[in-house]
Design a protein around this ligand. Structure first.
Ligand code: 9D3
Length: 246
């Protein structure tokens, strides 16, 4: 997977990506990161990349030309036009199924805005996807781009080590995970649930499934509407007082 990021803060992107799992995948050559400084493509003698908005109003708008030149430089060696994700609060909200779709691509281009926004004409020319990471206001698109690249990276074959990938295999059914425990068996007067010490795998699986259901009901009841529930699951949820089952 080749990530290309058009940004005014390329160091923020490089530093954000060079740690932990993604850093190791960069070193292994499983991932490539091309953080492109839009300012390098300004033809202005002061390296300006923004100007006042036509029609007036507060703030500045990123000009189309430096972005167009940066984009042309990025796509010049590609066989086909890549998906270009404009990270914007006006986009669809990013989720796991979008990450899975994006992970199929060979190249992904992210455009990070700053100031009030980006001249609409360059967006119309190059952008294929408008994507947000949620309804709160950030100072720019760099953290959202890093969030999306992180979510996509762990779906690229080989990026996760075996221990981590076993964990993502078990992320299923649209339920939250059961709680986890390790040594010591007693901490601050609290013991690990006895069933986990019993060695009875059937009982452990049943307990974990019930904990998943209970926790999802308490913390993310919205997920239960689309969860894959067995009749056993539904029986347990009814015992907990959940009534929204067909
Ligand atoms: C201050 C200008 N705002 C008018 C109310 C619009 C605005 C533009 C740019 C607000 C924030 C930003 C910077 N954010 C992003 O570029 C961004 C973002 C976000 O702020 N929240 C969630 N997802 C994303 S994706 C890109």
């Amino acid at each position: 997977m080749n990530f290309h990021v058009l940004t005014l803060f390329p160091e923020m992107i490089r530093q954000g990506f060079d740690t932990s799992v993604t850093g190791r995948a960069l070193a292994n050559g499983l991932l490539h990161l091309n953080a492109v400084d839009i300012r390098d493509y300004s033809r202005d003698k002061h390296k300006h990349v923004d100007d006042y908005p036509y029609g007036g109003g507060a703030g500045m708008v990123m000009q189309p030309e430096p972005i167009a030149l940066a984009y042309e430089d990025v796509v010049k060696d590609m066989e086909k036009c890549p998906r270009v994700i404009y990270v914007t609060p006006q986009g669809r909200v990013f989720n796991q199924s979008m990450a899975e779709e994006l992970a199929k691509e060979e190249d992904l281009v992210f455009l990070c805005g700053h100031y009030e926004g980006v001249d609409e004409r360059i967006l119309e020319e190059i952008v294929t996807d408008y994507v947000s990471i949620g309804d709160y206001v950030l100072t720019g698109g760099e953290l959202p781009a890093l969030v999306m690249m992180d979510a996509v990276s762990r779906l690229v074959p080989g990026v996760l080590n075996n221990e981590d990938s076993a964990e993502f295999e078990s992320f299923h059914d649209n339920l939250l995970e059961h709680p986890h425990y390790t040594r010591p068996v007693e901490f601050n007067g609290k013991r690990v649930p006895e069933v986990l010490l019993s060695g009875h795998h059937g009982n452990i699986e049943k307990w974990r499934r019930e904990q998943s259901l209970k926790r999802t009901l308490e913390r993310r009841p919205d997920l239960l509407e689309t969860a894959a529930l067995t009749s056993e699951d539904k029986k347990y949820l009814r015992e907990l007082g959940y009534t929204c089952l067909e």
